[in-house]
Write a protein that binds this ligand. Structure first.
Ligand code: THU
Length: 130
């Protein structure tokens, strides 16, 4: 069942706009109601202004109504078991609790499963800001 989330991330990767790094990445997020939100990295000529696949997927997730995130899959064409960058860990942790599963994928499927808690221990939490 979780293989389909990998397939969604891989399909999204095909839409990557990565002419500078030539490093396409895809991500897919599933909420507890079964909805899937996917995204790819989008680069711009002013390099720091580009953003990651996870961030695109999160944008779709928020605009689609959000909900409790249960699974996240990330895949890159040129790197097995790509792991979300620090900024994306913080962005994912804004919406995904520590028990959400994160699938690090390779060319054939899920290569390793970790949790958001594994990915961002001791992360900054915004509770006090609310
Ligand atoms: N990238 C992602 O999309 N997700 C990550 O977690 C790491 C990096 C993208 C950003 C950039 O477009 C390319 O990979 C090379 O850094």
């Amino acid at each position: 069942m979780s293989h389909d989330l990998y397939l969604a991330a891989k399909a999204a990767m095909k839409s990557a706009h990565a002419p500078y790094s030539k490093f396409p990445v895809g991500a897919a997020i599933r909420t507890e109601d079964g909805k899937v939100y996917a995204g790819a990295n989008i680069e711009v000529a002013s390099y720091p202004e580009g953003w990651c696949a996870e961030t695109t997927a999160l944008g779709h997730y928020v605009m689609g109504g959000g909900g409790r995130i249960v699974e996240i899959a990330v895949v890159a064409e040129r790197m097995a078991k790509i792991s979300p960058c620090g900024g994306c860990r913080q962005r994912l942790a804004e919406f995904a609790g520590p028990s959400a599963k994160l699938y690090l994928c390779d060319d054939t499927g899920i290569a390793e499963t970790v949790t958001m808690g594994d990915m961002l221990p001791y992360g900054f939490r915004g509770d006090i800001l609310k």
